[in-house]
Design a protein around this ligand. Structure first.
Ligand code: G3P
Ligand code: CA
Length: 261
């Protein structure tokens, strides 16, 4: 229609709720994921780490310092010990204008907590945050299978070794290779690199501020899902979509969703 956005219908665009609706609630907590689900996001994004007693938990950082009331490496806490921490009050202190009493004392979530709460009512975009030891991949696939959620997940990682291991064990799960660029990138990924990725990945994710339109177009032309992060405003969303993005990670899925309405 004349005067209306020429973007494709929203069904074509994947909205990935980054650590939940993390602009409005403490990341990786139940209110954050609940809010993401309520907005109609397609995927809940979950960063995964292993506890001392080898449980899979949803925490972004290597330590609990930023997002709880305690200090130390996640890997030095048992699940029970992690569950005793307060994973919500930091948000109230950091963002007083968004603070809510109900965020005080929120729990760290295990992957199973999240699966048990939402089941197959939504899909999950899960990141393996283990660099070298490849200790979580088999367990992650087992949890997904036990919960019968094979058709509801994408697995993402900055580490190709992690994705290759998953692909070896269970080749049908869609995989997304992540890239982080500290400096502006002048060129697209090479044809050789894209061919290599095509062997196991269905998509590519990257921090979009440091790539140009040729980078995005090349991935799109190659048939990859193209998922930039973290897209929190509709101007950038529109630009990225025009260049060939097929979805986006966002902290405010409500804004992205309403753009398409
Ligand atoms: O997983 C991709 C997106 O989440 C950006 O990376 O650092 O927030 O896990 P990060
Ligand atoms: Ca992530």
């Amino acid at each position: 229609l004349i005067g209306c956005s020429n973007l494709a219908v929203e069904d074509d665009f994947t909205i990935i709720s980054h650590r939940g609706a993390s602009e409005y609630a403490p990341e990786h907590t139940m209110p954050s994921y609940e809010m993401a689900k309520e907005t109609g996001a397609d995927y809940l994004e979950i960063d995964l780490r292993l506890t001392k007693d080898k449980h899979l938990v949803a925490i972004h950082d290597e330590t609990v310092n930023r997002t709880t009331n305690e200090k130390g490496a996640v890997s030095e806490y048992t699940l029970k010990e992690l569950k005793e921490l307060d994973a919500g009050s930091w948000f109230n202190q950091k963002y007083p204008d968004k603070a809510k009493e109900e965020y005080e004392g929120l729990s760290v979530l295990s992957l199973k907590d999240i699966f048990n709460r939402f089941g197959d009512d939504i899909d999950y975009y899960i990141e393996t945050k283990n660099p070298d030891d490849l200790a979580m991949e088999k367990q992650l696939l087992d949890v997904i299978s036990n919960c019968e959620l094979q058709d509801n997940v994408i697995i993402q990682s900055y580490y190709s070794k992690s994705l290759l291991k998953i692909n070896e064990i269970q080749p049908n799960i869609p995989l997304v290779k992540l890239y982080w660029y500290n400096e502006p990138r002048k060129d697209p990924l090479t044809k050789q690199k894209m061919d290599e990725l095509k062997e196991y990945a269905t998509g590519v994710g990257f921090n979009y501020e440091n790539v140009n339109k040729e980078y995005i177009r090349a991935l799109s032309n190659k048939g990859f899902e193209v998922h930039p992060f973290t897209v929190n405003n509709t101007n950038d969303l529109e630009m990225l979509k025009e260049r060939g993005a097929t979805g986006a990670f966002t902290n405010n899925p409500d804004k992205i969703k309403s753009y398409f309405e």
